[in-house]
Design a binder for this molecule. Structure first.
Ligand SMILES: Cc1cc2nc3c(=O)[nH]c(=O)nc-3n(C[C@H](O)[C@H](O)[C@H](O)COP(=O)(O)OP(=O)(O)OC[C@H]3O[C@@H](n4cnc5c(N)ncnc54)[C@H](O)[C@@H]3O)c2cc1C
Length: 451
C-alpha cells in the first residue's frame, strides 16, 4: 500500500496526516517533541498553539470566517477540535489550548492508517511522497537539508521584522490623506494625529505587552528595523522624530502639518493591502490591533497580516511551489503551514489539509488539485505560487486574496450601483466562495476517496 511521510505534527502536519490517512493511504508522521523541543513549544501534544489561543474572527464579513466555513465544509478535523474546545471570545473562535491539542492528538493516535514516530527527522526521505510541515521553527539539521537540496539556493531562515498590513477597504479616507513627503509622488496614505490622539496612542503602545522574548529572540536590533514599541521606549517624542515624522506632509485639507503622522505604503499591485511604514512590531496580536486602531483613520482597520518579530523559517513559495503546494521541481514533495509561506494557525491547518489531500492523490497516482480562486483557500495558495518573489513574506488570510465581485455576482437590485461598501461586498464574496468551494468538493469527493 502507498505511504506518505509527514514531517511535523503541528497545525499543518496534523491536518496533512489526517487528510492523507482518511484518503486511505498509510501515513508515517514524524514529530520531534518531546525528544527535541522547539524554542516556542511547551508541551508534547500535536497542534500546539504557541501564542494566542484564537483561530480568528468568525462570520461572513471576516476573511478567517470564510476560511473556517470552507474547512467546516471539508470536515477538516481542526474545526471539530476547535468547536469542541471553544471558549467565549466575542466574535472570535478562541479555544482552550490544551483540550484543542489533546483532541487532535487523540485523532492522530487512534487513526488506523497513522503511525507516529517521536523523533527528529534530519533529512527529507530520498524516496516516496513527503509533506514537509516542520513549521517556522524547523530544526536546524532539517532546515539545512531543505536549503541544500530543495530550496533552490534561497535562504530560508529569517529574523522576521514585519509591520502590520491593513486592508485598504477598512481605512477611513475621510481622515487619511494621500501625499508624498515634501511634495513627492503621492504614493502614501497619511494618518494625521493631533497632540491628544498621539498621547493616547503612545500611552497604549507603552502599555502593550511586548512578546515575552524567548532566549533565542534576544536580538541586536538594527536601527533600520527597530520595533515601534522599542522606539517608543526611548521617549515619548522618539516615534515623532522617527517613523511618525510629520515634517513635509501638510494635510491638504488644512494646509497644516499634523503633530505626528503614521504612513501606509501600498503592498500589492491592486492596492488592496497597505503596510504601516516603520511599524515593525513584536506586540501580541490582540494588543497590536488595539494600538493600530488608535491611529486616526484606522479606527476600523482590518489587519490582513500582523507584525511579527521572531525567527521564521519559510520557503520562497513563488519560486518553488505550485498552487497545489507541490514542489515544482520535486513532484513527490509537498509543504504546508508557515514553511510554505502562510502565517497563522488556521492558514497552517488549511494548507496542511490541502497538502495531505494532494500527497494522498499523488501516492494513488492521481493529479493534485487546487480549490477555485474565488475561495479563501484557493486564493491563499494561488497567492503563494504567484506572489512577487523578491522580499516574499508569509501571508495571513485576507479579502485581497479573492478576486473582486463581477457584475454576475451581484443581486439584481445592486447591479446598477456604482460602489458597494465592504459590509455589503463581503457577504457576497463569502457566498460566492462557499458556492464554488462546495461544488469543487463535490467533484473531488465523486472522483476520489475523501472523507
Ligand atoms: C513565537 C510564535 C508565535 C506565533 N503566534 C501566533 C499567533 O498568536 N496566532 C497565529 O495564528 N499564529 C501564530 N504564529 C504563526 C503560526 O501560525 C504558528 O507558528 C503555527 O503553529 C504554524 O503552524 P505549522 O504547522 O507551520 O508549524 P508548527 O505548528 O510549529 O508545527 C511544526 C512541527 O514540526 C516539528 N518539527 C520541527 N522540526 C522537526 C524535525 N526535524 N523533525 C520532526 N519534527 C519537527 C515541531 O516540533 C512542530 O511540532 C506564531 C509563530 C511563532 C513562531
Amino acid at each position: 500500500m502507498s505511504e506518505v511521510v509527514v514531517i511535523g505534527a503541528g497545525l499543518a502536519g496534523s491536518q496533512a496526516a489526517l487528510a492523507a490517512a482518511d484518503a486511505g493511504v498509510q501515513v508515517r508522521l514524524y514529530e520531534m517533541r518531546p525528544v527535541k523541543m522547539t524554542p516556542a513549544h511547551r508541551g508534547h501534544g500535536a497542534s500546539e498553539l504557541v501564542c494566542s489561543n484564537s483561530l480568528g474572527g468568525e462570520g461572513e464579513t471576516n476573511a478567517k470566517g470564510m476560511l473556517q466555513a470552507e474547512l467546516r465544509a471539508a470536515r477538516v478535523a481542526v474545526m471539530d477540535a476547535a468547536d469542541g474546545n471553544r471558549i467565549p471570545a466575542g466574535n472570535a473562535l478562541a479555544v482552550e489550548r490544551d483540550g484543542f491539542s489533546r483532541a487532535i492528538t487523540a485523532l492522530l493516535e487512534a487513526h488506523p492508517n497513522i503511525t507516529i514516530e517521536r523523533s527528529e527527522l534530519t533529512r527529507v526521505p530520498d524516496e516516496g511522497v513527503v509533506v514537509i510541515a516542520s513549521g517556522p521553527l524547523t530544526s536546524d539539521a532539517l532546515a539545512a537539508d531543505i536549503l541544500e537540496r530543495f530550496a533552490g539556493g534561497e535562504r530560508l531562515s529569517f529574523y522576521d521584522a514585519a509591520a502590520p498590513v491593513i486592508e485598504f477597504d477598512s481605512i477611513d479616507l475621510e481622515v487619511a490623506f494621500r501625499a508624498g513627503r515634501y511634495g513627492q509622488e503621492a504614493d502614501y496614505l497619511n494618518c494625521p494625529f493631533d497632540r491628544t490622539q498621539y498621547a493616547a496612542f503612545y500611552q497604549r503602545l507603552e502599555e502593550a505587552r511586548s512578546h515575552t522574548p524567548h532566549d533565542w529572540e534576544k536580538l541586536e536590533f538594527f536601527e533600520g528595523c527597530m520595533p515601534i514599541e522599542e522606539i517608543a521606549r526611548r521617549g515619548v517624542d522618539t516615534p515623532r522624530f522617527g517613523p511618525m515624522k510629520p515634517k513635509g506632509l501638510p494635510d491638504p485639507r488644512t494646509g497644516r502639518e499634523a503633530f505626528a503622522v503614521a504612513q501606509l505604503r501600498q503592498e500589492d499591485l491592486e492596492g488592496r493591502l497597505w503596510s504601516l511604514v516603520g511599524f515593525q512590531t513584536g506586540l501580541k496580536w490582540g494588543d497590536q490591533k488595539e494600538v493600530v486602531r488608535l491611529i486616526p483613520g484606522l479606527e476600523q482597520a482590518e489587519i490582513a497580516r500582523y507584525g511579527v518579530m521572531h525567527r521564521n523559517t519559510y520557503l520562497c513559495a513563488p519560486k518553488l511551489l505550485e498552487s497545489s503546494l507541490q514542489f515544482k521541481a520535486h513532484p513527490r514533495l509537498f509543504t504546508a503551514g508557515v514553511l510554505a509561506g502562510t502565517e497563522g494557525y488556521l492558514e497552517s491547518a488549511a494548507t496542511g489539509w490541502l497538502a495531505g489531500v494532494n500527497a494522498a492523490r499523488v501516492a494513488l497516482n492521481l493529479a493534485p488539485v487546487t480549490p477555485p480562486a474565488t475561495t479563501m483557500l484557493g486564493g491563499l495558495v494561488r497567492y503563494l505560487a504567484t506572489a512577487e518573489s523578491k522580499n516574499f513574506q508569509p501571508m495571513n488570510t485576507n479579502w485581497a486574496l479573492v478576486p473582486d465581485l463581477e457584475p454576475d455576482d451581484l443581486p439584481e437590485e445592486w447591479k446598477n450601483r456604482k460602489k458597494l461598501g465592504r459590509r455589503e461586498r463581503r457577504p457576497l464574496l463569502f457566498a460566492r466562495g462557499q458556492r464554488d468551494f462546495l461544488s469543487w468538493l463535490e467533484g473531488l469527493r465523486a472522483g476520489t476517496p475523501l472523507r
